[in-house]
Each structure stands twice: as C-alpha cells, then as structure tokens.
Design a protein around this ligand. Structure first.
Ligand code: F0G
Length: 457
C-alpha cells in the first residue's frame, strides 16, 4: 500500500510568516481576544474557516479570463446555470454573492413570523436569518451526533421521530420547509445518509411539507455516501449528488465551500412560482437575476469549480488530508469528534480544558491558547456562537464546546498537518495548568461571536 499523497501539484505559492509567542501574545490582546480581529499576517496557519479560503485550479483561473461582464444575459451566467442544472437537476436558478445572501433572498419569499423550520443543526447564519424573521429553527439531529465518541457513520442524520413530532405539533401552514444541511457543519461536518434524506422526503410528503437543502458541502456529503453507505461504492460522486438532490425541492448554497471559489452562492429550485417570487428579492438585495452579486468571471470559475469538486480524486485528497490530521491527533490522545468530519477537525474543548469553568467560554479559551502556542487560528463552536436565548437573554450552553479547525481546500500540505498536530499536543500536555478563561466586555445582539470583545477573567 502506498501512502497518502495530494493529487495536485503547486503552481503558485504565497509566503506566510512564522511569528514568535511574544508577538502573538501582544497581537491577541490587541485583538480583544477575538480571533476574527487578527490580521491574516499575524496568523501562520489559518483554520478559521474553509469558506472562500481555498485555492482555485489552473482551469478555474482560465475561466476568469473568459468572464462575460454583461449586466444582463451574460454567457458566464448561462455557463453556470447549465452546470448547476446538470449537477442538481433543479431547473430554476438564481446567483447570489454568498450563502447567507441566498438564505436572505429565499427566506424573504418563504418565511413568515411565527413559522417553524425543522432541520439538522442549522448553521448560525441560517438560524440568524430564521430568527431575524421571528420564526424558529428546531434542531432534529440524531442524539448520536452529540456524543463525540459514537462512531455512527452519518452523524448529520435527522431523527425522524423528532421531525414527525414537529410535523404533528404545528400546522403545515406554519412549516414552510424542512432544511437538510449537507454535510452538517454545526454537528461536526458530519454527513447525512442517502437513506435518511430519502426518509425525510417520504415523511415530509406525508405532511405536505417542502424539503430544501443547505448544500454548502454537498460533494463532501456524496463522498461519504460513496465510501460508507451500502450500495453506492460503484456510483460516481455526480450520480450520488444528483440522487440526493432528487429528494428535495431546492437548495441554497454557499459556493465558497464545494464551489471551490473565493466568493459566490446560489439558489436552485424545482418550483417556478417560488423562483419568480424569490427573483424580486434577488434584484432588491443582490443584483439583477443574471449576476445576483457575482462578477461574470466568478460565475465562470464557479461553474468549473463545481465540476472539479464532484470528482472522486479531488475529494479523496481533500478528505484524506483531514483524516490524516485526525489520525495524528488520535495518536496523541487528543479528544476529537469521531469519526472526523469532511471539512474540519472538531476538538472537544471540555475534555482538553477540564479545569476551565463553563462560564469562561471554554472553546474560545482553547482557540486563544492554540493561537498563542503555534500561530494557528481555529474557531469557537460553543457558547459564544450559540448566542443568547432570544427570550431570556441568557447564555445558551450548547451540548458541546468545540474548537473547529477547518481546512481550506487545496491550500496546506502534509507538513502543515504535522505542525498543527504537534501544536495541539504541546498544549494538551500542559492542560492542567490552564484553569481560567475569558469574560465578555462587549457584544452585539445577534451573531455576537464575530465582533465580541473579551478579557481574561
Ligand atoms: N450554510 C452552511 C452549512 C455554512 O457552513 C455556511 C457558512 C453558510 C450556510 C453561509 O454561507 O458564509 O457563504 O454566507 N459557513 C462558513 C463556515 C462561514 O466557516 O463554516 P456564507
């Protein structure tokens, strides 16, 4: 057996600066202990997000030169529309500038005050766009997802009993759709099985409810279906993705993930009437319907990106890298979410820092420590991200406090993976010494984690 190796070679390089611990301690204090406030030049390995941070291929850069920047009827729009239709099977299409913009446009056409949106751990901007409309997101993810040692192969699955309970409790007029997020980012980049997607469709049909996808990482989801679910080993990623989409009525997507572009998103729908309704919001919020917030060249690069991200070899390298890092961390005994997700490693902060009180934002404390230790920037998926309860205004303590290390696509090498693993190990070895965390000195009303200011307790 031959070892893991990237199935690409590097054509352009970007210099990164390896700072000292003294520099990092100064910078993180100046950043109010919020890693979003750091300058990228102050970060050695940036694992803040896999969103829009990857490398484009030579073919995608080629598309940049072919972009048609016409305001209306751009040929780049046609190229992207045809690619989206062939990959998703959905006929109607609207480009937007990113994922949350697609949510804003579509939800404006779909969600009313008092509505209920069940799904599998809605992403934070998605939940934000639901709650902003005085509607409610109900998490129906299977319980196994919240036990980080449970080796369930599809921890993004929806619990059908929880979903049916929602369908029985509320009238169908109050449930504009059920949202399946593939892969499920908030529960750890975990996939949803084809069987589960199909079952959600059947149950929703019974109650007359629409099924939509938040498809940011749909290709990674298809990879896991191929590798882990019986009956899919011989199917191509494109076939698997298309079958999954066939059980839904439409989708929003942040193309900054599996679109392999730095900026972009779209809506694709089966229903013409809903598409027409969404169009007006697209024009108001994003731009005319044949560009919707994207340049022609970006639409061309996205069309090419969708073709590449649905290739098996690409996904094998992509997910193989995350798995390689996961194996290293397991060797060092560092508690992480298992099995590892597609786009990121999720470190169990409560287990790494058992002496830091829950009120001190444990996952954020771990993120700050890892930055100071090795110049690595991860992101808190914990109490800061969970925001306050809209009614009681109290901190919502989620089931898990996680530090997410999200891997940009086609960006870092295997040596970087080794470096990250040792950085975490050094910190893990002195975990008993870390006993205090941080408190909030300023926060915004909604999506506070982006701008929160903290100080050491
Ligand atoms: N849905 C999911 C599942 C996401 O992961 C994201 C973004 C969005 C929607 C919103 O898309 O950023 O293009 O507006 N996730 C990024 C992340 C930001 O870091 O996980 P966007």
């Amino acid at each position: 057996k031959l070892p893991f190796a990237e199935t690409f070679r590097i054509k352009t390089v970007e210099q990164i600066y390896q700072s000292t611990r003294e520099e990092r301690e100064r910078w993180i204090e100046q950043a109010d202990y919020n890693l979003f406030n750091l300058k990228s030049s102050q970060v050695f390995i940036d694992l803040l997000t896999d969103s829009g941070t990857g490398s484009m291929s030579d073919k995608q850069w080629g598309e940049m030169m072919l972009g048609d920047e016409s305001y209306a009827g751009s040929s780049s729009f046609e190229k992207l529309k045809e690619t989206v239709q062939s990959i998703t099977g959905y006929e109607h299409f609207l480009p937007t500038h990113q994922g949350r913009a697609a949510e804003n446009v579509l939800f404006s056409a779909l969600i009313k005050k008092g509505d209920i949106i069940p799904g599998n751990s809605h992403f934070d901007t998605t939940k934000g766009h639901i709650e902003f409309r005085d509607a409610k997101a109900i998490d129906c993810t299977i319980d196994e997802a919240f036990d980080i040692d449970n080796l369930h192969p599809f921890k993004g699955n929806i619990d059908l009993e929880k979903l049916e309970e929602v369908y029985k409790t509320y009238p169908k007029e109050k449930i504009p759709f059920c949202l399946i997020t593939i892969t499920c980012n908030s529960s750890g980049g975990q996939p949803v099985s084809m069987e589960n997607i199909k079952a959600v469709r059947e149950l929703s049909n019974k109650y007359g409810i629409r099924v939509l996808f938040d498809a940011a990482r749909f290709a990674e989801n298809a990879y896991f279906v191929k590798i882990r679910e019986e009956g899919f080993a011989d199917q191509s990623i494109k076939e698997i993705a298309k079958e999954a989409f066939s059980y839904g009525d439409g989708m929003t997507i942040s193309a900054k993930k599996d679109g392999l572009v730095n900026m972009g998103g779209f809506i694709a729908l089966r229903e013409e009437e809903l598409w027409r309704k969404a169009m007006s919001f697209c024009i108001m919020y994003e731009g005319y319907v044949t560009y919707g917030g994207m340049s022609g060249r970006d639409m061309g690069a996205l069309a090419q990106g969708l073709k590449e991200s649905t290739e098996f070899d690409y996904l094998k390298t992509r997910i193989g890298q995350v798995e390689y890092l996961g194996e290293k961390l397991k060797e060092y005994g560092i508690p992480i979410q298992k099995p590892v997700g597609g786009h990121a490693i999720f470190v169990d902060a409560l287990a790494v820092l058992p002496n830091v009180p829950r009120e001190h934002y444990v996952a954020q404390t771990l993120a700050i420590e890892l930055y100071k230790e090795a110049g690595i920037r991860g992101v808190e998926i914990g109490t800061l991200l969970a925001d306050r309860d809209p009614e009681t205004r109290k901190d919502r303590f989620p089931k898990l406090e996680l530090l997410r290390l999200a891997m940009p696509r086609r960006t870092y090498t295997q040596n970087h993976m080794d470096y990250i693993a040792v950085g975490l190990k050094n910190l893990y070895d002195r975990r008993e010494e870390i006993t205090t965390g941080y408190e909030i000195s300023w926060e915004a009303d909604i999506l506070r984690h982006f701008t929160v200011k903290l100080k050491p307790v």
